[in-house]
Design a protein around this ligand. Structure first.
Ligand code: SF4
Length: 226
């Protein structure tokens, strides 16, 4: 009896199955976490057209974040202002220019090397502080940004950012001078650049010295071996 076409087909199928069994050794286990850039893109896509809180009513643009997706240093402010709302990028007005200066002169980084975002992604009308429910609604997206970037240090800018991540802390005056921790990441609070813009004379010089102290603390942590 000859093997015939059916036997050939069965032999080919058996060979293919053996090949596939070999490949099962290489099948992936649990999915690996996405690279930071992809993870951030996915969060941004989830926020597209967001109307989860009332800040959506008057905003022009959702201001998501900017900078290196794998930055070792992340700055978090309170929310977009008028210029940011127009341009869709955080910290681009006067306060943004001062933040750039702080980043370069105090934190020894370039703006492009850090990641910058805010507690809320839409401009509160009239630049008021975001309300507690607005912060609570937007905060999960910030937490996802932090989990994606995984910076080695977070620098919180001002009282709104401090109170959003550490409810119960009265504000920047009570928070700065110490290193906090959020999601296992060291947190260094410092003054919001808009606060420095409102100060003058000896008070301004004192605030600058304090920002420099905070930056030194952040740099000391960044300088530690990983
Ligand atoms: S502030 Fe955040 S939660 Fe509120 S509408 Fe904007 S993106 Fe959505």
């Amino acid at each position: 009896m000859t093997a015939g076409p059916d036997a050939d087909l069965r032999a080919q199928l058996a060979a293919r199955l053996r090949l596939l069994q070999g490949f099962t050794d290489f099948l992936p286990g649990p999915p690996l976490p996405s690279p930071p850039a992809e993870a951030l893109e996915a969060i941004s896509a989830d926020l597209d057209g967001c109307t989860r809180c009332r800040l959506s009513e008057k905003r022009k643009t959702i201001v998501f974040g900017v900078g290196r997706p794998d930055a070792d240093l992340m700055f978090i402010g309170e929310g977009p202002g008028r210029d940011e709302d127009r341009q869709g990028e955080p910290f681009v007005g006067r306060a943004g220019r001062l933040l750039n200066e702080m980043i370069e002169k105090c934190f020894q980084r370039r703006r492009a090397d850090v990641y910058i975002t805010n507690i809320v992604k839409c401009r509160p009308p009239g630049n008021r502080n975001p309300e507690a429910d607005e912060v609570a609604t937007c905060l999960p997206f910030l937490k996802r940004q932090i989990a994606s970037v995984r910076p080695r240090v977070i620098c919180l800018l001002g009282s709104v950012a401090v109170k959003a991540l550490f409810p119960g802390v009265r504000g920047i005056g009570a928070a700065r001078g110490a290193v906090w921790e959020f999601a296992g990441i060291p947190v260094v609070p410092t003054f919001h650049p808009a606060y420095l813009l409102r100060a003058e004379g000896e008070r301004l010089q004192q605030l600058k010295r304090e920002v420099l102290d905070d930056a030194r603390t952040a740099l000391e942590i960044l300088g530690r071996p990983q």
